[in-house]
Design a protein around this ligand. Structure first.
Ligand SMILES: Cc1cc2nc3c(=O)[nH]c(=O)nc-3n(C[C@H](O)[C@H](O)[C@H](O)COP(=O)(O)OP(=O)(O)OC[C@H]3O[C@@H](n4cnc5c(N)ncnc54)[C@H](O)[C@@H]3O)c2cc1C
Length: 426
């Protein structure tokens, strides 16, 4: 067994974990970042996800990540650009990255009123590593770290426990260069120029069986390359995201759907006759998994009310309640575009794991309800949360403090929320 000591341990190298590790390392803390796959990026790379969606008002590391990726897109595709840029940024910040390293268990000890994470065990290529740190951040998307620590979590919607469907995203090339068809969402009506309408055609193909029963829209995003589109269409419902056999079955079903969707496009859409798949996610894309219970559970009602919090660490987050139907095709709540809440805040207490002194969460596994999660799960909002968690972890480590003892105003100032004299003096 190999023992490693750090100030901050971040588990999960996705959008949230990257931002968290960068923030902690730039604050001068010795930071380790564990990632089970062979590259950084999480959904951004391994699940082939684009575009960056959502917005937040406070400037954060996510803006810098996105800008550097956009610059690198001058010489490679968006997903390849992310692989390069994230590796560079981690290196520049002096983060100790452990790739192909999966966190598998944790040791916790009781404190006066709660518990403290003492160490995290991870496995890489047959070797077990034990990591100790002052502060731990679960940015695994699935809440793996919190689960092995014994934290409480929710999963799925209240009514039946179902989570949003899984998908395999992919790109196609070979579209006739003068074909302008793009389709971003359920109300992006497009005339195909021959009396047919694109979304209507997708729905009919779903009904007739030409497309799978769970696929009634084939979203086509621009990639910056002529003749290429990113395809967000495949969808499988009722898959439990923590069951490895179910995940393998989903992978099989979704890869089969890729073929079916490509044939639909080739056979029906003008300009698409000669397309071929030139890239896809390396793993099935999971939209929703554990939501770790924190000191506050952010609700959809908070989002619709645009609720303000004294301990806000993300401000004016904005994105629709995008619930891909857990039990069928299309959206869960509306036939067309989903409901859009007010710009909302995310409180720090949604990122402090309930019952633990030194465990934070960031990204899609924070404490929220199923509907709120459907909004804050997008990458820009996850990166903003990650930044705040990284700063908080650095303060915990620097001052020998618990997650609840840090001066939240210092986090707010670091993420560009507070600019008042009181905060800047803290
Ligand atoms: C099909 C699909 C389409 C989407 N479309 C969009 C879109 O268009 N725009 C948008 O902004 N968002 C989109 N999203 C949502 C977005 O991609 C995710 O919600 C976002 O990536 C979450 O970021 P995260 O850092 O919280 O988690 P993730 O991106 O899931 O990253 C978590 C990381 O932790 C690692 N990890 C997990 N467990 C362990 C462990 N035990 N040990 C070590 N490492 C571990 C994982 O390998 C992964 O790299 C989409 C998601 C899916 C699945």
């Amino acid at each position: 067994m190999v023992i490693k000591q750090y100030d901050t341990l971040v588990v999960g190298g996705g959008p949230a974990g990257m931002a968290a590790a960068l923030a902690a390392a730039r604050a001068g803390r010795k930071t380790a970042l564990l990632e089970r796959y062979g590259c950084l990026g999480g959904g951004m790379t391994s699940s082939y996800v684009r575009p960056f969606l959502g917005s937040v008002k406070n400037a954060n590391i996510g803006c810098e990540i996105e800008k550097r990726i956009a610059d690198a897109e001058s010489f490679c595709s968006p997903v390849e650009a992310a692989k390069i840029v994230l590796a560079e940024m981690a290196h520049e910040a002096g983060i100790d990255v452990y790739l192909q390293t999966q966190a598998v268990s944790a040791k916790t000890v009781p404190t006066a009123e709660s518990r403290r994470v003492e160490s995290v065990a991870a496995v890489s290529h047959g070797t077990e590593y034990t990591f100790t740190a002052d502060a731990y951040i679960d940015a695994t998307g699935d809440g793996d770290l919190a689960a092995v620590c014994g934290a409480e979590f929710f999963i799925g919607r209240d009514s039946d426990g179902l989570v949003q469907p899984m998908s395999v995203m992919f790109t196609v090339e070979g579209i006739e260069p003068d074909t302008g068809l793009v389709c971003r969402h359920e109300e992006d009506w497009q005339d195909l120029g021959d009396g047919r309408e694109y979304l209507d055609l997708c729905r009919r193909a779903c009904e007739s069986g030409e497309l799978p029963p769970s696929v009634n829209i084939v979203r086509l995003y621009e990639t910056g390359r002529r003749g290429e589109r990113m395809v967000n269409a495949t969808q499988l419902n009722r898959v439990f995201p923590l069951d490895p056999r179910a995940l393998a079955e989903a992978e099989y079903e979704l890869r089969t759907q890729v073929r079916q969707v490509v044939l639909f496009l080739k056979n029906n859409i003008p300009g698409f006759a000669h397309i071929r798949v030139n890239g896809s996610s390396v793993t099935t894309g999971v939209r929703e998994s554990r939501r770790v219970v924190g000191d506050y559970v952010l609700s959809a009602e908070d989002l619709f009310a645009g609720r303000r919090f004294d301990d806000a660490v993300v401000t004016d987050a904005h994105f629709c309640i995008d619930i891909h139907n857990p039990d069928g095709a299309g959206q869960a709540e509306r036939d067309g575009c989903p409901y859009t809440p007010q710009p909302y805040e995310i409180p720090y207490r949604s990122m402090t794991a309930k019952g633990f002194d030194n465990l934070l969460t960031a990204g899609r596994c924070i404490s929220g309800d199923h509907r709120a999660h459907a909004s804050y799960r997008v990458m820009r909002i996850c990166m903003a949360m990650g930044h705040a968690a990284g700063v908080a972890a650095a303060l915990m480590s620097e001052g020998g403090l618990t997650s609840r003892e840090i001066d939240i105003r210092r986090v707010q100032r670091a993420v560009g929320i507070r600019k008042d004299a009181e905060a800047s003096g803290s």
